[in-house]
Design a protein. Structure first.
Lengths: 566, 566
């Protein structure tokens, strides 16, 4: 009698266990085996920063089911009939004989295991900067359970005074929050000119201002040149511009590299992005081998190009697809990603779906139109909080290409709405009359999402001549060529103002004070208010009164990414 | 010289001011006039319950812009160049001469005003029960600013001990929360067998349990027969079944009737629903007259049928469309509604978009499939809270017809996602791989929304043989014909259980304890757990071991709408 069909999964973090569980449910007769290099299984790795930050204290919550059962080999065996072997590293794949070789990292025993279908879920490894001193004690990442344990210990022991986070991406910023909560003096260093590169510059700058308001130092446009040490211990970092920052701890978060060594050694096709190439069935160049999670490249559904998208949610979805296909045949597909993401940043969140303006331009999208909208998420009487959204659309079709949102308001809901709009292939015209759930505890009567579509529609119809804060900032150099008109009330002006040489005329007084505006009707007038809704109304009044070159600064003062006078 | 084009708006609550403001922005030369019967303008009427409940104390927040400027006639004149006249009731429309007659309710002066385009936004009036005693002192609605003032006074003065809310719909439930917060002993009476009829029964029942847990009495399936009084003052209500409930205050919230008297007297077409008939341009049967807001009927975008949908968000969107068309020509359209709605109920929210199962069935949809999913909105370590969703789809196409969600979790985001999915015409197959914003502070790795699509997909593929809690409850009468299998852990069972004669075998022990299951492999076995994820895995194990009639109770114990033993 022939042996049972064996589905072998390499990797037990996120995508692997999901694939194994799905395979088990589809084929109850198969033998399902997970070989996991780490001592733990199915770790909630996206939760590490919150454990380090002390949002919760029970480490086991990262490793257990919602009812508190640890997802260990015994759990996998009893609850799922899956043979999960931890501390077991796969050393090679023999495609001709359909076997893998493995080694137990504790016992050093080696062995071979045959497979009928193989699922590779080897994940990714943190990128390390190629600079001297990287081997010093006190340099870590936040990628593994061990890293989380180490940083949690740092938090609890309160011995470390100064730390540097290398990399201002998603993980860097999350780590930064975690350690700031521990009372550590922090500096974030980012080689690029901005934090969070999934955002366009002007929104990233709002995040940066928020991070700085939490007493975290932020250095952008400057990379690390060297880790400095004393007696094998980290004592500081030296930046490319020569600055030296003393610190006892450095957390490296400059991205991850797909773990493709096993796949490459087995001559599976590796894509140009550096991830394992898979088709829509999550199948590699070998029909008997699937690959899922951070080690693969996936299709960007908007651009049709392959990208690396190491996100926990996609890993789970891919695992589900590969598990089913490996257990039966290629029947379900994974369509790819819109690269939707979000992160918490102290009291802010920042999220994005689809393309940013800068990515769209890099990819050659030429006829795009963007708009920035700032408004609260709920009415003031329900303690609404600010949202700043940038929307990117195709100018000729109005098709939504991307949206990004930052602020203390409900960013997650906004991004979810945009993600679904993009998935549905909807246009600006479709969205101006969307029917969303409205009640004051949850949104404005015209939700921020719909209002953003309204502003974009006005811009596309030529009714709103928008100008970005960055363009306005450029104009400050051409002293006197533009007239800056703040149309808020005097109290608001007293409380907060740009201080760029603006003139204050409240909207309600504008019609009777037109004489205070430039006589030259061709002169550029740039209107704004707190969020630029009144700025828009002011522009209409001015245009109706003969001024020919009136613009509205999008997002108003709330979206101004530069320092303000007040 | 001919006079300016005049756009006349009847009604100044929500849709009217929006239409007027949009008309002004589109045509800066036109004269825009609002005639408003009430003393206030542009009231945030959806906020009344929260003012009454004491979420905020500044009454002016309901009547002012975000920066605190009251939206009074002076504001409309100065900021928007709109002539808004309050306390001014329109008494008739003369379509032949294109004039309206009006009367000032304070000065009693009357007058006439010509229009080029007329926009009717007369709103709706609360329905009153046709029973004796309705004129007694102490009976109110929560529809106007005056009502809100009255009920806020009730809250602040703390003189009233007992109140009855007639009607368990959205406004009734919101009012109920407001008054409960004021320490008033409350009873809600609903003629139908359930609260919140936009939900299906089993979800409404979960809301009812929550309302009752706040010490509010709920009486369903019983209407009011009479208001009882002493000396002209309300002393109680008598129900259809004879019950008498003493109370000093009754709030009637049994729905609203569109105010169509003016339109009907002017021989404009009134639809079968009782609302003013309008086309996609929000234009009535008279091309010079538009109508918007609670007084019109609108298209249900799923069914193609006209419905009454008196929601504040739709009123604003319709106002924007009518304002633009009246100011220029018919260029923009309002596509209709998916009847998306939400309300806060103490620590719960309840929302819905599209069709409920019961409405779909009434409308003749025959081949539909439903599923219930219960799961937290976020990981346990981020204090995730429960969501219970019911999804309704077309069986043959997988097209989403409707979704409803209740619970303490982030219901608003869930419903927004479903609303966008329905608007995009997406199917279950599309949604199983949606790319939503994931990070632990905001969602599970597989969001509740996607998990719901997964369960539906499993059901559609025949992998999950679901059974509703209601069907299970029916089976309790056929004593012994079904075997109820709870597959949770002993601790969980000790803490909470149904007590319907179930057998407890934890999932992890199931494979080794199959001997405890019915010998008859044809016997019906109904599996469940807290949310029925483990229940689903148990069913797969049992089927693999030869049992032929295994079902999973959808939503598990968390979606069980009946009393539990524990």
């Amino acid at each position: 009698m022939s042996r049972k069909k064996r589905i072998l999964v390499i990797g037990g973090s996120a995508a692997g266990p999901k694939a194994a569980a799905k395979a088990r449910r589809i084929d109850n007769d198969a033998e399902v085996v997970i070989l996991q290099k780490d001592p733990d299984l199915s770790m909630a790795s996206c939760g590490y920063p919150y454990y380090v930050g002390g949002y919760f204290d029970d480490r086991n919550m990262l490793l257990s089911t919602p009812t508190g059962v640890t997802r260990d080999p015994k759990f996998y065996l009893n609850a799922k009939d899956i043979d999960a072997r931890t501390n077991t590293e796969v050393t090679s794949i023999d495609r001709d004989n359909k076997t893998v070789s493995f080694r137990n990292l504790l016992t050093k025993e080696t062995g071979e295991l045959a497979y009928d279908k193989l699922i590779i879920a080897t994940g990714a490894t943190p990128r390390m900067p190629p600079v001297p001193g990287v081997e010093l004690d006190g340099i870590t990442t936040l990628q593994s359970m061990q890293d989380a344990d180490f940083l949690r210990k740092v938090r609890d022991e309160k011995c470390i005074k100064k730390a540097v986070v290398i990399g201002g991406g998603l993980i860097g910023i999350e780590t930064c929050e975690a350690l700031q909560l521990a009372g550590i003096e922090l500096t974030v260093i980012e080689l690029l000119p901005q934090l969070l590169t999934f955002l366009d510059w002007e929104l990233a700058k709002l995040v940066e201002t928020h991070v700085k308001s939490k007493n975290v130092n932020v250095i952008t446009g400057n990379g690390i040149a060297e880790f400095l040490g004393e007696n094998g211990k980290l004592s500081g970092v030296k930046l490319a511009n020569g600055t030296e920052l003393p610190c006892e701890l450095a957390i490296v978060a400059i991205g991850v590299i797909p773990n493709v060594r096993l796949a490459r050694n087995a001559s599976l096709t590796i894509g140009e992005t550096g991830g394992i190439e898979v088709n829509e069935f999550m199948q590699t160049s070998d029909p008997d081998i699937y690959a899922v999670g951070d080690c693969v490249e996936v299709l960007n559904r908007l651009t049709g190009k392959k990208v690396l998208a190491p996100y926990g949610d996609l890993a789970n979805l891919q695992g589900r697809v590969a598990g089913e296909n490996a257990a039966s045949q290629n029947i379900v597909t994974f369509p790819g990603t819109f690269q939707t993401g979000i992160c918490k940043i102290f009291d802010f969140a920042a999220g994005s779906t689809g393309l940013s303006e800068s990515v769209a331009k890099k990819l050659g999208y030429e006829d795009i139109i963007t708009v920035i909208n700032a408004s609260p998420d709920k009415p003031g009487f329900m303690e609404g909080m600010l949202l700043v959204t940038k929307l990117i659309a195709e100018r000729n079709t109005g098709k939504i290409l991307g949206a990004q949102c930052v602020g203390p308001g409900n960013v997650s809901k906004q991004i979810a709405q945009w993600a679904m709009a993009i998935q549905g292939g909807l246009t600006v015209e479709d969205l101006v009359n969307s029917d969303l759930p409205y009640a004051p505890p949850f949104s404005l009567a015209i939700d921020h999402f719909i209002a953003t579509a309204h502003i974009m529609q006005n811009k596309m119809k030529g009714r709103l001549n928008g100008i970005s804060s960055m363009q306005v900032h450029e104009k400050l150099k051409d002293n006197g060529n533009s007239f800056f008109l703040d149309v808020r009330g005097p109290d608001e002006y007293e409380e907060m103002r740009l201080g760029i040489g603006e003139t204050l005329i409240p909207l309600g007084a504008l019609r009777s004070r037109l004489g205070e505006l430039p006589e030259d009707k061709a002169k550029e007038i740039i209107c704004f208010c707190k969020i630029s809704l009144r700025g828009y109304e002011a522009a209409i009044v001015l245009e109706a009164n003969g001024w020919k070159n009136v613009k509205v600064m999008e997002g108003g003062i709330m979206a101004w990414p530069y320092p303000r006078e007040k």
